[in-house]
Design a binder for this molecule. Sequence first.
Ligand code: FES
Length: 283
Amino acid sequence: MRTAAGISGGLIALCVAVLLADYALATKRAPKDDQLIKTLQEQVKSDAALAPKLDGEQKRITAVRRARKSRDNALAWLLILTSAVFLTAAKRLVPPPKPPVGPGALVGQALSPANRITTQAPPPPIDLAFLDDLVAKEGRGKESAIILLQAIQSHYRYLPDDALRRLCELTEITPAEVAGTSSFYGQFRRSPVGEHIVRVCHGTACHVAGARQITEELRRHLAIPEGADTDARRLFTVDEVACLGCCSLAPVLTVDGHTSGRLTPATACDAVQQVSACEQEKA
Ligand code: FES
């Protein structure tokens, strides 16, 4: 493939160079040829003996122009062909994107930032008995989809794949409907969350006041890996959320529902540590 890409790439460059040279040459010669014909036409008016010469020059110029046109047509086709070969070879040389892994792979849906997958540890095993009781209570119909998903999320703190599979077995709700509903509403999570949920407001006021720097510093401070929203020990999950409704305190975050405002990256880290320590003491 590498050789095919190299050869076709070279041919493309050659075709383009010849076409450009041809065009430049034709542009330079055309006025001279036109002038020559014009002069001969004038001379033929006074000297008929020059008619064969005029005829000869006209034939020569026409033949040269036709030859150039045929050559350019052939080069254009060659250019199209080699471009197709080059693109095919280049496409095969580029490695395909890695498929999604983890819970989100079940339904093949695009993952929103709020649903980013934590890959550091496998999700904990879950007890599916809850699903049987839930469906018995809420019903099997499609109209119960949102209520059922909310209850599952509230029970497990996210939507585990096994629970969703069981839900589809027990109800009339299809996997496609589960995937569509759970990805449409931002409240649903497809990956396990940490013990403490940190929500950093990225609404306009907070964004202007430095929400991005706060989020980055929190992720660094809590050792949350790139591409994940939860740390390896599942202690903290950091979410970026829309306006929390207290813009005068911007930038704002909540830790397990407790609000802190007028933060800097350093005080945001302190706020997270303090609230989580208090919550642990209470537990
Ligand atoms: S924009 Fe952050 S609280 Fe409103």
